[in-house]
Design a protein around this ligand. Structure first.
Ligand SMILES: Cc1ncc(COP(=O)(O)O)c(C=O)c1O
Length: 400
């Protein structure tokens, strides 16, 4: 026997989460998660699951019956789409303009699909013409996949148009909505997206670890017509549905895996909060707070990576100016001001900071707090800033 380690309970510091996710979790969500745990087939819990599906359909703006949260993070939502919709040898076009497009490509390879890449520069949107050209050259394409909101750069691509183009050539569209859901307009039925996945920890401001997904009729038909078995037991949608149920058929739920009960209470609460606020007011809140932040950033003499027309309000990429020590800025923001901001990823590592204003974190107060802290941290590194100019610029936006 070894001695029991003498480790005390963990009490995290209170931070303001202004990175690329997770965002700040509202106290109502944390309180919901502390409620008594039920059995995962308890009728009361099953009632809550039905409400959750209704609420998620609202968030995605869809009538899709197959809409539910996977018991895993957004990466598993991504992987589920590929392992279910791609059979070995299927041709898949991935439109990539950042880290998460590349991750999709990796999923195609691992599903043993035939990968065709459509690449755009990091910091720019997916070019619809390039997708159309690739489809013309690959008329046997089965699936087109793209990221609606590329978190690594802060760019929005035109999910509606990319889906339309995919359908014109008979391909299904898989959309990554991990960073877009509830932050910017996303209309799954109107845009006719076939398969979509998101995460609980960004616009929804729940704790990380759940992945809301939705599959339309064409996608379900494709899964049912598969000639090979889905290689992942956990992600095989035919099996998962036995637990999440088909609300229309009224079929009895059967055990698949033990659901993360309390995490699902949290997601339910965050979706109730979404319904209380309303999607359109939430999109407007994100936009308004983004405009305030941008005004402040520009008043400090800093520049944004992304052209105005493609900027995501929930993820702001700021170019690190010459002579500024990027890791030191983030460390000072965290250690001196308790604010988390994000680093650049991949090709943009060391070149940008990423400031997220997602879900509960998207507030005027957070914008002001962040600008005050950033001004002081940059000034300590010798960056010449007119004291208070950033906050004044942001407040001007907020009062209009
Ligand atoms: C666009 C995008 N896709 C997928 C993921 C993966 O989600 P998770 O980290 O929850 O697995 C992320 C996470 O940041 C993301 O931003």
């Amino acid at each position: 026997m070894t001695d029991a380690p003498r480790i005390h309970p963990f009490h995290p510091p209170k931070r303001v989460l202004l990175g690329p996710g997770p965002s700040d979790v509202h106290q109502r969500v944390l309180d919901a998660m502390a409620r008594p745990t039920l059995g995962h087939l308890d009728p009361k819990f099953c009632d809550m699951m039905e409400q959750m599906k209704t609420l998620l359909r609202y968030a995605f703006q869809t009538e899709n019956q197959l809409t539910f949260p996977l018991s895993a993070p957004g990466s598993v939502g991504m992987e589920s789409c590929f392992v279910n919709l791609v059979e070995p040898g299927d041709k898949v076009i991935v439109c990539s303009n950042g880290v998460f497009g590349r991750r999709m490509a990796e999923n195609v390879k691992r599903s043993r699909g035939e990968l065709v890449m459509v690449e755009d520069a990091w910091g720019t949107a997916v070019d619809p013409q390039k997708l159309e050209d690739a489809l013309k050259a690959n008329t046997d394409t089965k699936v087109v996949a793209f990221v609606h909101a590329e978190t690594s750069t802060g760019v929005e691509s035109d999910a509606k148009l990319l889906t339309e183009i995919a359908h014109r050539y008979g391909a299904l569209a898989i959309c990554d909505a991990v960073t877009s859901l509830t932050c910017i307009p996303l209309l799954v039925d109107k845009w006719d997206i076939d398969a979509i996945y998101s995460g609980s920890q960004k616009g929804l401001s729940c704790t990380p670890g759940l992945s809301p997904v939705s599959f339309g009729e064409r996608a379900i038909a494709r899964i049912k017509q598969r000639t090979s078995v889905v290689q992942s037991w956990f992600m095989d949608l035919n099996l998962v549905m036995g637990y999440w149920g088909d609300s229309q058929s009224g079929a009895k739920r059967t055990y698949h895996h033990t659901a993360p009960i309390n995490a699902l209470y949290g997601l339910h609460e965050s979706l109730v909060m979404l319904a209380e606020e309303g999607l359109e007011p939430r999109w407007k809140r994100h936009r308004h707070n983004h405009l305030g932040l941008v005004a402040g950033i520009e008043a400090m003499g800093l520049k944004l990576l992304v052209a105005e027309k493609s900027r995501l309000p929930q993820l702001n990429s700021i170019i690190v100016p010459e002579g500024i020590n990027e890791p030191q800025v983030r460390a000072d923001m965290l250690n001196k001001h308790d604010i988390e901001i994000g680093a650049g990823l991949g090709d943009l590592a060391g070149k940008i900071f990423r400031i997220g204003l997602m879900g509960s974190s998207s507030s005027q107060q957070n914008v002001i707090t962040c600008l005050v802290a950033l001004e002081s941290v940059l000034a300590e590194q010798g960056w010449k800033v007119e004291s208070g100019a950033a906050v004044t610029a942001a407040r001007e936006v907020f009062t209009t």
